[in-house]
Design a protein around this ligand. Structure first.
Ligand code: SF4
Length: 279
């Protein structure tokens, strides 16, 4: 199966699981969406949706927000991550909207990228969601999910993931695919504990396949003899070293032999980790 074919199958399976692949941010017009997306960096949509009603009631348009000092905006967004820099960005961006774009949110990627606090990801969300133009915004969820499943091959940056997704997803599906991957990452393929047992794409997932190849737990180890157990030497030890495996993943290893076939004496589980993808 080619990567394109695999992606088609994966997206079809996600479509069955996720009936409404759309943003969870609440908004009524492009300005409200821009504010919400700017606030959502490193913050949950749930938290953003809590603060935007009062914020946008006080500053309903770019013109009104442009008159505000960052400190006035800050009062409404204190519970959001990085409130100081986001308050400044909203104030500056509102002034730019009024002074350079006639009080409207511009509808091109290049113009959006000129706004303070608007990077490639935010501009892509605006293009796809507000203006219905083909774009894939790569956030932490899309980055992780696309790499884990293997829709993209070991892409190291969000931009590389975006370009990889462009190659395997038909342009007319970019906006929808972006939401499918985000929602899959948010609710199923989470960063810390992906719910592989209830995931619809298990049999197509490279990360899951790698997990299955990890050594099985060893029964009957004695934690009184040491924190770790090396299967290669049959020895217990307390102070491990770390070594990068051939995928560049730092693994716990036995000092001396350097073996990475190490187990936790308390649980019998392997200490080996599968390559993961976080941004
Ligand atoms: S099988 Fe697991 S790792 Fe793979 S996509 Fe599903 S939840 Fe994520």
């Amino acid at each position: 199966m080619t990567r394109k074919e695999k992606t088609r199958v994966v997206l079809d399976l996600l479509r069955e699981r996720i009936p409404r692949p759309e943003t969870e941010l609440e908004y009524r017009d492009p300005f409200e969406l821009l504010v919400a997306v700017m606030l959502s960096a490193q913050c949950t949509d749930v938290r953003v949706n809590i603060v935007t009603p009062d914020l946008l009631k006080r500053f309903p348009t770019p013109q009104v927000m442009a008159e505000a000092e960052p400190d006035e905006i800050l009062e409404y967004i204190r519970s959001i991550s990085y409130p100081n820099s986001k308050a400044k960005a909203l104030a500056v961006t509102s002034r730019m909207l009024v002074e350079e774009f006639g009080g409207e949110v511009p509808g091109t990627h290049a113009e959006l990228m000129r706004l303070r606090g608007v990077g490639r990801k935010t501009a892509n969300v605006m293009m796809a969601v507000a203006f219905d133009e083909p774009a894939i915004a790569v956030d932490t969820h899309v980055f992780r999910v696309a790499n884990r499943i293997g829709i993209v091959k070991d892409a190291k940056t969000p931009h590389a993931v975006e370009l990889g997704l462009h190659r395997v997803i038909p342009k007319e599906e970019w906006g929808e695919a972006h939401h499918l991957l985000i929602l899959h990452g948010r609710y199923t393929c989470t960063a810390r504990s992906p719910a592989c047992s209830s995931c619809p794409v298990t049999e197509h997932c490279g990360y899951f396949a790698a997990l299955q190849k990890l050594p099985k737990p060893i029964k009957g180890l004695d934690p009184k003899r040491g924190k770790y157990y090396s299967k290669a030497s049959g020895r217990y030890f307390d102070k491990p070293i770390t070594k990068a495996d051939r995928n560049g993943v730092e693994q716990i290893a036995e000092p001396g032999s350097g073996s990475m076939n190490v187990f936790l004496a308390k649980t019998g589980e392997t200490t080996k980790k599968v390559k993961d993808y976080r941004v």
